[in-house]
Design a protein around this ligand. Structure first.
Ligand code: SF4
Length: 63
């Protein structure tokens, strides 16, 4: 397996900003509503003033 580390976060799609400033993730039926720096229940997506996937390269390496 090739060992590579590029970045620990990537920008994501499937989310929108709520009127109260939180970000709602629309990727799965949990529809997490996240305050700044809060992670979703999956612990992969995080509100970083936009919704980011963190540690995505670890998931890629595991495949
Ligand atoms: S569990 Fe993860 S993928 Fe599902 S809505 Fe929450 S943050 Fe998004």
């Amino acid at each position: 397996m090739t060992d590579f580390i590029i970045n620990d976060t990537v920008k994501t799609n499937y989310w929108h900003q709520l009127d109260d400033g939180r970000i709602q993730c629309d990727l799965c039926p949990r529809f997490c509503k996240l305050h700044s720096d809060q992670r979703g229940l999956c612990f992969v997506r995080q509100n970083r003033n936009e919704l980011s996937a963190i540690n995505w390269w670890r998931l890629v390496r595991a495949i």
